[in-house]
Design a protein around this ligand. Structure first.
Ligand code: SIN
Length: 486
């Protein structure tokens, strides 16, 4: 591995400004999903280290909250600059532990850094309000204050950007943070801590607890009274569990959970645009994002043309080691992820779906690369219709009418992202307003941006990340009534 800044590759937890081993000296292995090789042994912390990190974050909160927004802004801005400056190294570490192609990893580092830049600016804008009083001599003043210590649990599919998307608004608001990165991808988190320290983020303000025992660390985070807010990105099943655990101490929560995104192509769409959009939305990160299109619904008049063009482009994608040039589809994260998509494909095929390409592992029988797959003749009765696929499988459904497709699209407990392609402006409004989703891409596959609120409805979660709304998740409103103004 060629890194310019070799010190970005660290394997210890980062608590109160120090890189530390686990109290037990235990470590856990991290593997490269492409080669299967072990790339590091990382500190395996438990409840005790988590408690210390929370205590330290609670102490640090007393001073960090006193910094002015401008002071916090400057420090965050420096962190942003360092991330961009070292993007190639950060991306290399990310590809090594996660598998996504290097260009995509560089894209993730820039995407992640954009949250730090954005919230470095927002740090100065925690504006309050003045409300005329209910009596002549009164006025209400509403101020925004940081919630306190934040615990964040972040996923393996975006090992860097999902951290900055939570940490940047929290720090901008004046909160301090303890994060637990996924045990599959802890190295990107620790690299961010190296740069956080270099940027001048004070000890205790940003802490990284690495562990192979997520339930133990998660339990400490959800039960500890000093933690005032929990932010989680991951599966709906784990999100529900964390919500229950947070109930006892009534924590503020943000949940960015699973999705089952419909990608609808109407007869009046620009087909080439829709094909390009479906390709990009479906195969980003080998299909392992919660906003990847999960059900491609194509109107009957253009179904054959769409299928033909789409399948040709899907087959054309180069698979392999994310560090190799031109590779666009890397390995999936681990064996059980591949087994899960294999089982979905088998179920669909046994119920009449047609394999148009892919549907098998690439290369060796134990390879974690699953070939980009298109399935035709898929119906809503198949298991794949209701499941979040989280892999490079594109099931294509045929529909007849607008009413039918809206019903199909909304027929899921999820409500994160949806996409549709049409050139009829009245239809665009009708469909856009009827889709029960937090984010809708109209003639575009790219709903993810620092500039817009990211988040879902229904069982896809609660709260929004990014945008002018993102910092509110880490702020409490306080209303102060002033009387005696005579
Ligand atoms: C996710 O899959 O969790 C996030 C995807 C994104 O930010 O685009």
């Amino acid at each position: 591995m060629e890194l310019k800044r070799k010190d970005l590759f660290q394997t210890k937890a980062y608590i109160n400004g120090e890189f530390i081993d686990a109290n037990t000296q235990k470590t856990f292995p991290v593997y490269n999903p492409y080669s299967g090789e072990k790339i590091a042994d990382v500190a395996d912390c438990g409840a005790e280290e988590t408690r210390v990190a929370i205590d330290m974050a609670s102490e640090a909160f007393k001073t960090w909250r006193q910094y002015t927004g401008v002071q916090r802004s400057r420090i965050l801005h420096k962190w942003f600059q360092l991330q961009l400056q070292h993007k190639k190294d950060l991306a290399t570490i990310l590809t090594l532990e996660q598998g996504k192609p290097l260009n995509e990893a560089i894209g993730e580092i820039k995407y992640g850094a954009s949250f730090v830049e954005w919230f470095s600016e927002e740090a100065k804008r925690a504006y309050g309000d003045m409300i005329p009083g209910h009596q002549r001599d009164t006025r209400f003043v509403v101020i925004k204050q940081p919630v306190g210590v934040v615990a964040a649990l972040t996923p393996w599919n975006f090992p860097s950007a999902m951290i900055t998307r939570k940490v940047a608004p929290a720090l901008a608001a004046g909160c301090t943070v303890v994060i637990k990165p996924s045990e599959l991808t802890p190295l990107s988190a620790i690299a961010l801590a190296v740069l956080a320290e270099e940027a001048g983020i004070p000890p205790g303000v940003f802490n990284v607890v690495t562990t192979n025992d997520a339930p133990q660390v998660g339990n400490e985070m959800t039960s500890n009274k000093k933690v005032k807010k929990l932010s989680f990105t991951g599966s709906t099943a784990v999100g529900k569990l964390l919500l229950k655990q947070c109930a006892d101490t009534v924590k503020k929560v943000s949940m960015e959970l699973g999705g089952n995104a419909p990608f609808i192509v109407f007869d009046d769409a620009d087909i080439d645009d829709a094909v390009a959009g479906a390709l990009s939305s479906k195969f980003r990160n080998a299909g392992q994002t919660c906003v990847c299109s999960n059900r491609i619904l194509v109107q009957e008049g253009i179904y054959d043309e769409f299928i033909e063009k789409f399948t040709a482009q899907v087959q054309d994608q180069k698979m392999g080691n994310g560090l190799d040039k031109d590779v666009v589809v890397g390995p999936m994260i681990q064996e059980k992820a591949v087994a899960s998509v294999e089982s979905l494909v088998q179920n669909a095929v046994s119920h009449g779906a047609e394999v148009l390409c892919g549907a098998k592992r690439h290369g060796a029988t134990d390879s974690l690369i699953f070939e980009p797959t298109v399935l035709g003749n898929v119906t809503s009765e198949m298991e794949i219709f209701n499941k979040e696929i989280f892999g490079p499988i594109a099931p294509v459904y045929k529909f007849k009418t607008e009413e039918e497709v809206i019903e199909l699209a909304n027929d899921t407990e999820y409500g994160l992202a949806a996409y549709f392609y049409s050139r009829d402006y009245a239809r665009i409004w009708r469909v856009g307003e009827q889709l029960e989703y937090g984010m809708v891409g109209i003639n575009s596959p790219s709903v993810s941006s620092t500039l817009a609120p990211f988040g879902g409805v229904k069982e896809s979660g609660m709260g929004r990340e990014g945008s002018k709304y993102g910092m509110d998740e880490y702020l409490e409103l306080k209303s102060m009534l002033w009387a005696g103004i005579k």
